[in-house]
Design a protein around this ligand. Structure first.
Ligand SMILES: Nc1nc2c(ncn2[C@@H]2O[C@H](COP(=O)(O)OP(=O)(O)OP(=O)(O)O)[C@@H](O)[C@H]2O)c(=O)[nH]1
Ligand SMILES: [Mg+2]
Length: 365
């Protein structure tokens, strides 16, 4: 896959890594193909090899319109990496195998849950039941984390016996708190942690702590009535097979076909948007004759943090941020005009950058 070749070089430019997980033959690769316009092999036996990886740009009207306004030499969209992990088998949570290693590396998990009914596609549990499947996966992730916690606690106890002082006094109590939560079969996502507990547990990259988005893979005939799931995670209903076909078509034809099925936006855009929301991310932009570029930051980030995503020097030598909203810039067309009418604001380090703002940083190093 192209993604494997590109990934090492783009490491720092990827804004978000999403791991696609789910039981065997639920349509993970079908959804992956739809999201990334790839043509990875689907169907029985296709999911046993290395994970499929692809990097896609985040569709963004604002980048396109800013580029039309500035005609820059270069236009850069935010990027997302999808990793289509092999089908998870029941009980794998007990082993720290390749699946878990890969799954721990991502920023968020996208669980594909099968809702489509098709007698030609076998089901691991013998019948289609989205609610059960969603819950079973949750339990599997919880179990995997529980094993990690127990192992580490045993380790700490053994070290204490040998008279070794703990490296961090926060770790053991944080692990015990996590264990109690996991033992009551609840994901770590839903456990409130103090900042010191959060730091103590961060390195474990717990699976049930990762933001989770559930993608219900629906049959074409089911779109009107998606089944309800029991998870606290947000759920998006997509028709994987249809979206996979759409992704292979030219945009105009895809739009026409989508309209005929009553689908407003493609699954790709909905999944990416939901993942951004889930991770608390947003975009701001830089725009000029050289480049129009979308940058991804956490919501509520101060201007100095936004500057740091561009370059640490800009954060270090931060003088001020010149900020204009996307709508004002589109209306007024240029930075000088925006300044003239008082729509270009001068903001300091602590200013909280808002979604869609176009920012120019003044700095000196
Ligand atoms: N009818 C129908 N078939 C689908 C749908 N989505 C996927 N399939 C079919 O289900 C089979 C499995 O799809 P894959 O995308 O390979 O599933 P997977 O989860 O990646 O499978 P593994 O990687 O082997 O675990 C393929 O034959 C798909 O064509 C759907 O929405 N409707
Ligand atoms: Mg697959």
């Amino acid at each position: 896959m192209l993604g494997w070749l590109v990934a090492p070089f783009l490491q720092n430019d990827i804004d978000m890594r999403l791991g696609i997980i789910g039981w065997p033959l639920v349509g993970k690769t079908t959804v992956f193909n739809a999201l990334t316009r790839s043509a990875a092999r689907t169907g029985f036996g296709a999911g046993s090899g290395a994970p499929n990886v692809a990097i896609v740009r985040v569709p963004d009207d604002r980048v396109e319109r800013l580029a039309a306004l500035f005609s820059p030499k270069k236009t850069t969209f935010a990027t997302v990496e999808y990793i289509d992990l092999p089908g998870f088998e029941r009980g794998k949570g007990k082993d720290s195998d390749q699946f878990l290693t890969n799954a721990r590396k991502v920023d968020a998990l996208v669980q594909v849950v099968r809702a489509f009914v098709d007698d030609n596609v076998p089901h691991a549990e013998g019948s289609v039941d989205p609610r059960r499947d969603g819950r079973l996966m949750e339990e599997e992730l919880i179990l995997a984390d529980q094993i990690t916690v127990e192992k580490r606690l045993e380790n700490i106890a053994a070290q204490a016996k040998r008279g070794k002082k703990p490296e961090s006094p926060d770790e053991q109590p944080a692990l015990e708190k996590a264990l109690a939560h996991l033992e009551s079969v609840r994901p770590l996502r839903t456990l409130e942690l103090s900042s010191s507990e959060e730091v103590a547990l961060r390195g474990f990259a717990f699976l049930s702590q990762k933001p989770l988005l559930v993608v219900l893979n629906m049959g074409e005939d089911q779109m009107a009535a998606p089944p309800a799931l029991a998870s606290d995670a947000p759920v998006l209903a997509v028709c994987g097979k249809l979206e996979e076909e759409l992704a292979q078509l030219p945009d105009a034809e895809a739009a026409e076909l989508m309209a005929s099925y009553g689908i407003a936006r493609s699954g790709l855009e909905r999944v990416i948007q939901a993942s951004y929301d889930l991770l608390g991310l947003m975009s701001f932009y830089t725009a000029g004759d050289d480049e129009v570029k979308a940058w991804t930051i956490r919501k509520q980030s101060p201007a100095v943090e936004a500057a740091r995503t561009i370059h640490s020097d800009i954060a270090r030598g931060f003088i001020r941020a010149e900020v204009v909203s996307y709508d004002d810039l589109m209306e007024l067309k240029t930075f000088p005009r925006a300044r003239e009418v008082g729509k270009l604001r001068l903001e300091g380090k602590d200013y909280v950058v808002q979604d869609g703002e176009v920012v120019h940083f003044r700095f000196a190093v």
